[in-house]
Design a protein around this ligand. Sequence first.
Ligand code: DGY
Length: 308
Amino acid sequence: MLLIIREMPQAVLERARREHETRELRLQGAFNPQAVLGNIEGVNAILCVTTDKFDAALINALPHSVKVIATSSVGVEHIDLDAAAARGIKICNTPDVLTNATAETALMLMLMAARRAGEGERILRAGQWQGLTPTFLLGRDVSNKALGIFGMGRIGRALARMAQGLNMQIHYRNRNRLPPELEQGAIYHGDDASFLGAIDFLSMNAPGGSATLRWLNAERLALLKPGAIVVNTGRGTSVDDEALIAALRAGHVAAAGLDVFTNEPEIAPGYRELENVVLLPHIGSATVETRNAMGFLALHGIKAALGA
Ligand code: DGY
């Protein structure tokens, strides 16, 4: 029996139903562990997403019939991996298939933030546009600028390739320097000061977790060039929201584009008051093709884990 916690794309559900007996919760809003535990009888596999927190308490309360938890996400920080390993429960996720969609979102946010697209839309929708003038809604060029990528994994590298199409110079900060075939001409920085001081755009593409917790804090923001633009499609937890809001208010950071937040679906209230921030509701991988591919990959992981 496969327990499916959230609404999934139709094609994914159809495949799941062909491959397993399914129990479909279609849980909306906040995750509720009791909904899982109340429907767990006979379940040997669980399909979840990043909002569904499988902490040690929940994992330890699962019956021994549960052999695998598959998350339709690349991120696994919502699952206590040690607790799962201790219980012999396999965990699978969906890397690779969401790389381009998420990199596209980062590029979209860079363009929207730099070109003040959100502000323009709000002006038009409010019926306040009085026509073109040479000084109306001036943004910044993206082409030919220096892009800094924090987290040069698959998504960071896909963004680098896309940005090279705009003739951007790519700098990166990563746990380790990449081999030349993956670096593709990008400039590695071994310290924050040289990285942040070299770039016009900062894209956060790092995973969540303790290693990146509030990495972009007031101290590091101060190292950016005045007028830099920040985008985040990684995890909200890697940004100190109050520090970014203060930098946006002061204009030290000219604009930001955010798709991820610390306490989703809540966001730090200060962002709502700022015109120079573009806000998206965690849609980095939200395309039909990508969400199908994620679901299929999660199902593949379940099959492999169950030895079916
Ligand atoms: C992921 O896959 O981790 C994305 O954030 C979407 O959930």
